[in-house]
Design a protein around this ligand. Structure first.
Ligand code: PMP
Length: 288
């Protein structure tokens, strides 16, 4: 049973709880033709919800699915849905597409005309804001020719799950993950930044990892505030030598990192500034 209040919009109806949507004949269940996106609603704000709704449609297209909703329709449904959570402080907004059937030519390829859509919303209280710890993962991101790395696809996440499980097994919160040739890509659930001598650096978007919506927003806000922000090829050694490390993602927004393996970090001024800039922008975007 779901742990929290959950509402799902599917085929024109709002259903509570955990309605059964896919069966043993579903292509999605058998061959993982699923894509999703995630946006966090909190304090009446859903920063960049429009971009998250656009991205889920792009993810669907890269999976060979055919989006059945426009981004604007998904956004409108999300705002309708959050009203069902009266008084709740934070809700995760998760639009999803999946394939029901194989194509005419092959049971392996998905039939784009069998694409289905659901929008699932559930209560997701904000975390405690405590900085997390990272360890370098023995597992890596796939290269773009080995997986649909440009899509937010469910089939990519078992690899992330084993990174997190392995890191947690060694007492860390999350994993610092490299790309196929060993440069830093991201963490197992967020994008990653480092600060060195006042310059803000983040791995260059080389298509092996999700160039996140929060990442783009934070780069823009920091540059507007006068910071030198560069996308660069960065090694684990660069991160170990950093003054500050922080992560970005829709779920936790901007979070500081307190430890990378045996190296400890204090929460630094740039991390704090990036957090404040993001929150101020999110609050102002509601007034606009
Ligand atoms: N990388 C991975 C693997 C993620 O799961 C996420 C969270 N969606 C991100 C990066 C951050 O992306 P965004 O800012 O668009 O949420």
């Amino acid at each position: 049973a779901p742990r929290t209040a959950t509402w799902t919009h599917v085929d024109g109806e709002w259903l509570s709880g955990n309605p059964p949507l896919i069966g043993p004949t579903s292509h999605a269940m058998w061959l993982a033709s699923t894509v999703f996106d995630g946006a966090r609603w909190f304090e009446g704000l859903a920063p960049d919800l429009d971009l998250h709704c656009q991205r889920v449609n792009r993810s669907a297209l890269s999976m060979g699915l055919k989006p059945t909703k426009t981004p604007e329709e998904i956004e409108a449904l999300a705002w309708e849905g959050v009203k069902k959570f009266d008084g709740r402080t934070a809700i995760y907004i998760k639009p999803m597409y999946w394939g029901e059937h194989g194509s005419k030519g092959s049971i392996v390829a998905v039939d784009p005309d069998s694409t289905r859509f659901a929008l699932c919303l559930f209560e997701a209280p904000l975390g405690n804001g405590k900085p997390g710890s990272l360890t370098v993962s023995p597992f890596r991101r796939p290269s773009p020719e080995s997986a649909m790395t440009e899509a937010k696809a469910g089939c990519l996440y078992p690899n992330n799950a084993r990174m997190i499980t392995e890191a947690q097994g060694r007492g860390f919160d999350n994993a610092l993950v490299c790309d196929p040739i060993g440069n830093v890509a991201e963490t197992a659930s967020s994008n990653v930044f480092m600060v060195k001598d006042g310059v803000v650096l983040t791995p260059v978007a080389n298509r092996t990892f999700l160039s996140g919506i929060t990442r783009g927003r934070v780069i823009g806000l920091l540059r507007q505030a006068g910071f030198d922000v560069q996308e660069a090829t960065l090694t684990v050694a660069d991160f170990r030598a950093a003054d500050e490390i922080f992560t970005t993602g829709n779920y936790s927004k901007v979070s500081g990192i307190s430890r990378l393996d045996d190296r400890e970090f204090q929460e630094g001024p740039v991390t704090r500034k990036a957090y404040d800039l993001y929150m101020d922008w999110a609050r102002e975007s509601v007034e606009r």
